[in-house]
Design a protein around this ligand. Structure first.
Ligand SMILES: Cc1cc2nc3c(=O)[nH]c(=O)nc-3n(C[C@H](O)[C@H](O)[C@H](O)COP(=O)(O)O)c2cc1C
Length: 410
């Protein structure tokens, strides 16, 4: 980007400042990158911002044609913009020549003005055009286009405030209060406010804006808005998965967002569990695999190392412990670890067996038709140990840490 300032922000380049010095601040100055598709703007000066009402950060990276659309939400060039002049600009940009002409443009608030535009190509070292510079002189224009559709047509919405005691009162007016400072926000139609602004906020922010005024309060009751907000916050996959969870459809998205954000609905619940883990034991290891809890081994009566596997399915209507018959069980042990891998695999490591400390690794696929523990051999395993901790990473790694080794070290 060189002299234009690599950060592309207003005031970021010595060259642009020099030009501004020559021209004075009265006109607009725009620089576009000619090496990128569609001539994205990389610099605008203060004169441009003041005259158009658009801030630099709103326009950097865009093509300057948005000035031909009436207001920030218009999707199309206004019909009164001279198509012949636009075609001439296109031709000059394609051929790499200078352009000079007048055309109708619009400020951010939708009011029209005439721009006397000069476009000049800037050449790099190898004679290729690297940038285009646009110098704009802004003139008033006397076309009466009426109010901006969807916003100006409406009277500015006098918001009603909700007081702490939940009574409604009209918003205060006058300089410096919320409504006068943000009234242009309230000139937007419900649809634009919802789709373009509120839908991009986080669930927590939506929950706070709903107490700003009556209008926002009613808008944030819209479940479609809440779905968009949840989708933005949690991503498409999570939103789709939540939609498929039984009961979600009856739970409104707003309520769901509140419960997931505040975790207010989370409480301990005492479950009555059927079945039993027999014989009784201590120092076993248990691990959650989705909605299932798996228990392996432990220390039975007379310090007997155990090697049986039990599963408790918490999503069952009547959860009960079930002993599962596995093909080849690992040697009995206690003080070992069980970790879950990829939602259905269990990894068993180490512990203390009948012959002393262990450092072996076994894997069990709970979803297999006939679940079988399978020993995994790795090079240079960690030293044998018990009472360590372990976890899985990235769906393929087992991390083992600490514990008690034979040496008595931990
Ligand atoms: C540096 C630069 C500045 C420009 N400034 C303006 C402007 O102030 N107003 C305007 O209507 N078009 C301006 N244009 C022209 C439009 O960005 C666009 O090139 C024109 O509308 C023709 O292309 P289109 O038919 O694809 O929109 C500028 C273009 C460049 C490269």
């Amino acid at each position: 980007v060189g002299p234009w300032g690599a950060d592309g922000c207003r005031g970021g380049g010595g060259f642009s400042l020099a030009i501004e010095g020559v021209l004075g601040g009265a006109c607009g100055l725009v620089v576009s990158d000619a090496l990128e598709p569609d001539f994205p703007i990389i610099y605008v000066n203060r004169g441009f911002e003041d005259a158009t009402g658009y801030h630099a950060e709103e326009v950097l990276g865009r093509n300057c044609r948005f000035l031909q659309c009436r207001g920030p939400f218009a999707q199309r060039r206004h019909p009164l913009v001279d198509a012949i002049v636009v075609t001439e600009i296109q031709r000059c940009l394609e051929e790499g020549t200078e352009f000079q002409g007048d055309l109708l443009n619009f400020r951010k608030d939708g009011s029209p003005f005439m721009t006397s535009l000069q476009l000049k190509p800037i050449y790099g070292d190898d004679e290729t055009i690297t940038h285009y510079m646009g110098i704009q002189f802004f003139n008033d224009c006397n076309v009466d286009l009426g109010p901006l559709p969807g916003s100006m047509a409406k009277e500015v919405v006098r918001s009603t405030w909700i007081t702490p005691d939940n009574t409604l009162r009209p918003s205060p007016t006058g300089k410096g209060n919320f409504c006068s400072e943000y009234s242009h926000l309230f000139q937007l139609s419900d649809e634009v406010l919802c789709q373009k602004i509120l839908s991009r906020l986080s669930p927590r922010d939506i929950a706070s804006v709903n107490s700003v005024c009556k209008r926002l309060y009613h808008m944030t009751k819209n479940d479609h808005l809440w779905r968009m907000v949840c989708q933005n916050a949690w991503g498409n996959d999570a939103t789709r998965a939540l939609e498929n969870v039984a009961g979600t459809k009856s739970l409104a998205w707003g309520r769901l967002a509140r419960e997931l954000t505040t975790l207010e609905a989370v409480t301990w619940k005492k479950l009555t569990i059927g079945g039993s883990v027999e014989p009784s034991r201590c120092n076993f290891s248990a691990c959650a695999v989705g909605n299932r809890v798996v228990l392996f081994g432990g220390e039975g009566v007379n310090a007997q190392p155990m090697n049986d596997t039990f599963v408790l399915d918490l999503s069952a209507s009547k959860p009960e412990w079930r002993h599962i018959n596995v093909g080849l069980a690992p040697p009995g042990r206690w003080g070992h670890t069980l970790s879950c891998l990829n939602g259905s695999l269990l990894v068993l490591f180490g512990g203390c067996g009948g012959q002393g400390l262990l450092n072996d690794v076994f894997i069990l696929d709970l979803d297999a038709k006939h679940p079988t523990w399978r020993e995994i051999f790795g090079l240079t395993p960690p030293v044998p140990r018990s009472w360590h901790s372990s976890c899985t990473l990235d769906g393929s790694k087992l991390v083992v840490s600490g514990g008690c080794a034979d040496s008595g070290k931990s």
